[in-house]
Design a protein around this ligand. Structure first.
Ligand code: TYM
Length: 339
């Protein structure tokens, strides 16, 4: 095990836990809002990067797809720069403790708070029959975070409400039993925290967008990326400036360019003042292609190496399990469960 692996470094560095659902290809929002920041945290934090496959079954899933998507998600994590020599990369279901802690936390969680969650309401609307797991989703997410006693949780803006409930549950557990959990802070990057659909820029970029021309995937071909960005919806005003209400399309392209090129939205406005939308879109497409094409190439190399991916998951899960065992034993003792 290298010096930077979670266990060795645990005593010195603050802890990060975060994850994504393995729903297939990651999109530009997942990358700019999340993975891009995760990669940069690996040297300064003890990092646990989880594949949230237990969350994935809160809506109907096909088992073969879930299995394939879990490996694909891992290969995309690694292609984005998440490094198994530095961080624990694992699937949620591989570690015993997530659902166990979720149960304890759900017993402290007011039902009304779960029913008020925006993501629950949005997702429930789309289901013919709503499973109880969808309602309990935030309690499982809180367990993911608290099981590793994370200090920081890097996510996109859409996860803010889930982080608030996690903080509430940490405080409630600490007050009900005795101080046990850190109250984790969300880390929401300035650029890229909310990337919108290229075709409906008032809605966030998402895999389930019925108009797939609005979603750029990190493993899209260069041609597909250029085509989607060049046909992004803008407006008739012709000036490159931010105005989320009246110019959501241009505002979104400014955010994408700023996050992809590692600059600020203000600097983008200055650099493109007086230029046309065609020229600006081409620059956005160039920046996104430059960012994503090495990730796609690396993904293609990794995704067929099933044995290697299995070995990474196994090592990550073993590291995670050791921490999970310690937390769960402490929680069970405090709650009054006999050992
Ligand atoms: P998920 O899989 O929906 O999204 C993964 C990450 O991508 C971010 N994201 C976006 N950021 C900017 N713009 C967008 N359009 C966009 N779409 C998605 C999300 O904010 C997220 O950071 N519930 C989580 C998974 C999870 C988790 C956890 C996260 C399970 N347990 C514990 C953190 C900690 C989810 O569904 O993410």
């Amino acid at each position: 095990m290298s010096e930077n692996q979670p266990e060795t470094a645990a005593r010195q560095k603050p802890v990060v836990l975060t994850g994504m659902q393995p729903t297939g290809r990651l999109h530009l929002g997942n990358y700019l809002g999340a993975a891009h920041n995760w990669k940069k945290m690996q040297d300064d934090f003890v990092c646990y990067f989880m594949i949230a496959n237990q969350h994935a079954i809160t809506v109907p899933t096909v088992p073969a797809d879930l299995r394939r998507n879990t490996y694909s998600c891992l290969a995309q994590y690694m292609a984005c720069g998440l490094d198994p020599a530095k961080s624990a990369l694992f699937a949620q279901s591989q570690v015993i403790g997530h659902t166990e802690l979720a149960w304890v936390l759900s017993c402290l969680c007011p039902l009304g708070q779960l029913e008020r969650m925006t993501q629950f309401k949005d997702k429930a609307k789309k289901q013919i029959s709503v499973g109880a797991g969808l309602l309990y989703y935030p309690a499982l997410m809180a367990a993911d975070i608290l099981l590793y006693n994370a200090h920081v949780v890097p996510v996109g803006e859409d996860q803010k409400q889930h982080l608030e409930i996690t903080r509430d549950l940490a405080e409630k557990f600490n007050a009900t039993y005795s101080p046990t959990f850190n109250v984790p802070e969300p880390f929401i990057g300035e650029a890229g925290a909310r990337i919108m659909s290229l075709q409906t820029p008032t809605a966030k970029m998402s895999k389930s967008d019925p108009n797939q021309a609005g979603t750029v995937y990190i493993i899209d071909s260069n041609d597909a990326i250029r085509k989607k960005i060049m046909s992004a919806v803008t407006d008739s005003e012709g000036s490159i400036r931010r105005d989320p209400e009246n110019k959501p399309g241009v505002t979104n392209l400014i955010s994408i360019y700023a996050a992809a090129a590692g600059t600020t939205p203000e600097a983008v406005e200055d650099a493109f003042a007086g230029k046309g939308y065609g020229e600006f879109k081409k620059a956005v497409a160039d920046a996104v292609v430059a960012l994503l094409s090495p990730i796609r190439d690396r993904y293609e190399e990794l995704v067929s190496q099933k044995d290697h991916l299995d070995a990474v998951l196994k090592a990550g899960a073993e590291t995670a399990q050791r921490t999970a065992n310690r937390t769960l034993a402490k929680v069970y003792r405090k709650v009054g469960f006999v050992s």
